[in-house]
Ligand binder design. Structure first.
Ligand SMILES: Nc1ncnc2c1ncn2[C@@H]1O[C@H](COP(=O)(O)OP(=O)(O)O)[C@@H](O)[C@H]1O
Ligand SMILES: [Mg+2]
Length: 246
């Protein structure tokens, strides 16, 4: 059978004001990467803001990527920390049908931007511990729902509100196959990686307290996964910390 070559589209470059799928107006470009491009859009009838993720055809053969992402989001619809999936739409781009994933639009700021605003481009320790606790609580609910995130880093985390504690939303879940112990362990390591980077990364590591180093375990995966077998173990550990030792 002849091999199907996906159409070569390497950018969409949609402009504010353009209408897609006869339903939504492009408000602004939010980001783009290896998989495709993400836009803030406004539903014409309701004026409600949403997010549209457009995948490049070669990253979404037979709609496989978009289907896996949508199903993952749908299974996690009761997890507060995960963005809500709405629907898919099709738009014709240069004569090629492109399936678009529509999800809620999350107000807030990217964790990477939030961290940069702080002195020395790193979070104070208390704040970082609260961040990790919010993350571990949310990921624990994702694991309890039988899923995993698969790509946790500071550009896939939106800080929705910072009150006494952090309120976060996670996006851009990655499908590495079915949920396994390894996938869950990887989430735990990535959460600690986010914490480590939020505290200034390698440059600041030697100056941290023992309590912080006990959590980061020098970023050694085997040590992290032995100490925190589940995300909830990380929550328990943080809840039992002696604040005076931070
Ligand atoms: N639901 C959303 N609400 C608000 N901003 C979003 C949303 N989804 C994505 N973004 C923004 O778009 C960027 C890229 O989206 P993402 O799904 O992470 O795509 P990529 O595959 O390019 O990393 C994110 O880092 C974030 O800034
Ligand atoms: Mg991303």
């Amino acid at each position: 059978m002849a091999k199907v070559t996906p159409p070569k589209i390497t950018e969409f470059n949609l402009l504010p004001g353009e209408v897609i799928a006869d339903k939504y107006e492009i408000v602004s470009f939010l980001g783009g990467g290896w998989e495709g491009e993400v836009y803030k859009i406004r539903e014409l009838v309701t004026n409600i803001d949403r997010t549209a993720k457009l995948f490049y055809p070669k990253r979404n053969l037979n709609n496989r990527t978009i289907t896996q992402y949508a199903k993952k989001l749908h299974r996690l619809q009761n997890c507060d920390i995960i963005i809500h999936y709405h629907t898919t739409e099709t738009l014709i781009f240069n004569g090629v049908p492109i399936t678009v994933l529509i999800s809620e639009y999350v107000e807030g700021e990217l964790l990477s931007d939030h961290i940069k605003k702080h002195r020395g481009k790193k979070l104070p320790t208390f704040q970082a511990v609260h961040l990790l606790h919010a993350l571990a609580t949310g990921i624990s609910s994702v694991h309890q729902a039988g899923e995993y995130h698969g790509d946790l880093h500071d550009n896939n985390i939106i800080v929705q509100r910072l009150g006494l504690t952090y309120q976060l939303k996670l996006l851009d879940l990655y499908h590495h196959g079915r949920t396994t112990r390894e996938n869950r362990d990887n989430d735990v390591c990535e959460m600690i990686g986010v914490f480590y980077e939020a505290l200034g990364g390698q440059k600041a590591y030697s100056g941290h307290s023992k309590v912080i180093k006990n959590i980061c375990c020098g970023l050694k995966r085997s040590l992290i996964n032995k100490k925190f077998r589940r995300a909830i173990d990380l929550c328990d550990h943080l809840e039992s910390l002696d604040w005076s030792s931070l």
